[in-house]
Design a protein around this ligand. Structure first.
Ligand code: ZN
Length: 81
């Protein structure tokens, strides 16, 4: 496997690790032993294209769910108020 493909797979695995969880990025970096990704623009761009962290509950929601800053659950709560 080419180095670029391996890196792409690592990005994918980390995003899957975070998806639907409240894990912190720090935890994910530690789990994959890749703390250097914290400053990696390619990874940040990839993560931003897949998931966002809910402002309210810290849940990793799919891009396109909720209002872009809060997950579906948290943005629903606001509508009901
Ligand atoms: Zn939320």
């Amino acid at each position: 496997m080419a180095a670029g493909e391996e890196r792409q797979k690592l990005f994918h695995d980390i995003v899957e690790h975070l998806r639907g969880s409240c894990r912190s990025l720090t935890e994910a970096y530690a789990a994959f032993e890749c703390e250097d990704l914290d400053n990696d623009e390619a990874f940040c761009d990839y993560l931003d294209s897949e998931l966002f962290m809910c402002d309210d509950c810290g849940w990793w929601a799919e891009v396109g769910e909720g209002d872009g800053e809060k997950c579906e659950d948290c943005s629903d709560d606001e509508d009901e108020d």
